[in-house]
Design a protein around this ligand. Structure first.
Ligand code: NAD
Ligand code: MG
Length: 328
């Protein structure tokens, strides 16, 4: 495993270049602010009148329509939603400078061939392993969120060095930058959010809550047990892995964890996980997501509505209202 640090950076490969950041959401805002504070000249590309352009202007950036923003830019960062990137690329392709670098924060569109960049461009990935506000906060504190780096197309011979200089500009080299490929980043990222983080974890919480409520326990008590307390455990895991969690929970909790956990999440779950992974690897998930998006998100909206109107949400809203510190 190769980990790049500040000493590995060759700043000259990117110095003096204009950087165009397309999108000013979670990642876009953090990257743009950090790059500017690192001494780069940054222009923001957004639809005129779009939701976030006022924010970018308020932060003191020049905001231009994407076609104008990329004009003359040595590097263009694609930080708009994944489903928007294909169309946006088609709109700006003819305006891209010869040998410019196209940079992504997630490999989806390159890996599944939804964006097929011109042959003269360098195509790279810098994927911070954290949300944008953390990328910004850590940078301001003199630290940095670790990033993944990958190269899909190297025309200039400097693609990797340019990507690393960008990662340095957003603070990534302080946390360490790790070599990967577009395939590995895309497939593991999708798997993580589906099987473990967003999908798996939320499903585990909701099913635990429902089991208690259906057995006649008070929904409020079930909420505290199955949703609220997740944070305590996740914080321990995040800070010190399984060992730290085991150090801080009771002996009884530990015995219950070790003996009963594998009854709930078992070999069947692993089998389902492998199926989810296979759909990611063979492109089935990407194909389904794109057609759902293009159909106007009917199924997505139906499922989301169902999630947001479920009992755990109603109960949670009420209880969280009494814990004002949660919003701080
Ligand atoms: P976001 O939804 O927070 O922001 C999207 C931005 O794009 C907004 O400024 C929006 O106004 C703009 N936008 C939307 N449609 C547009 C269009 N047609 N033309 C121009 N601008 C448009 O997005 P995000 O979560 O920052 O994601 C950006 C990229 O970063 C994605 O590739 C995502 O996978 C990746 N990523 C996100 C995170 C995260 O924590 N959010 C982490 C790692 C990687
Ligand atoms: Mg869910």
């Amino acid at each position: 495993m190769k980990l790049y640090e500040e000493a590995d950076v060759r700043p000259e490969v990117l110095s003096g270049e204009l950087l165009a950041v397309l999108g000013y959401g979670s990642q876009g805002r953090a990257h743009a602010l950090n790059l500017r504070d690192s001494g780069f000249e940054v222009v923001i590309g957004l639809r005129p009148g779009g939701a976030t352009s006022a924010k970018a202007e308020h932060d003191g950036f020049a905001v231009l329509p994407p076609q104008k923003a990329v004009d003359g830019a040595g590097l263009v960062a694609f930080l708009v939603p994944d489903m928007v990137q294909r169309k946006l690329y088609q709109q700006i392709e003819s305006k891209l400078k010869q040998n410019a670098t196209l940079l992504f924060a997630h490999g989806f569109n390159i890996h599944y061939n939804r964006v097929e960049p011109r042959d003269d461009l360098d195509v790279v990935l810098i994927a911070p392993k954290g949300p944008g506000d953390l990328v910004r906060r850590q940078y301001e504190a003199g630290r940095g969120v670790p990033c993944l780096i990958a190269v899909a197309q190297d025309t200039t011979g400097n693609a990797h060095a340019r990507a690393l200089a960008y990662a340095d500009g957003i603070g990534g080299t302080r946390g360490g930058v790790l070599d990967t490929t577009f395939a590995e980043e895309t497939e593991t990222d999708l798997f993580g959010e589906q099987a473990v983080l967003c999908g798996g974890l939320s499903e585990l919480i909701v099913r635990g809550f429902r089991t208690l409520v259906e057995a006649g326990y008070q929904p409020e008590v079930a909420y505290f047990e199955c949703m609220h307390e997740v944070k305590l455990i996740v914080d321990l895991l995040h800070e010190g892995g399984l060992r730290k969690m085991h150090e801080f929970v009771s002996e009884t909790a530990k015995y219950g964890d070790l003996t009963q956990g594998p009854r709930v999440v078992d070999a069947h779950t692993s089998e389902r996980m492998r199926e989810v992974l296979k759909d990611i690897q063979d492109g089935t998930f990407a194909k389904n997501w794109v057609s759902e998006y293009e159909a106007g998100l009917p199924e997505y909206n139906r499922l989301l509505e169902e999630d947001l109107n479920s009992q755990i949400e109603t109960v949670g809203k009420e209880l969280r209202g009494r814990m004002s510190w949660l919003q701080e």
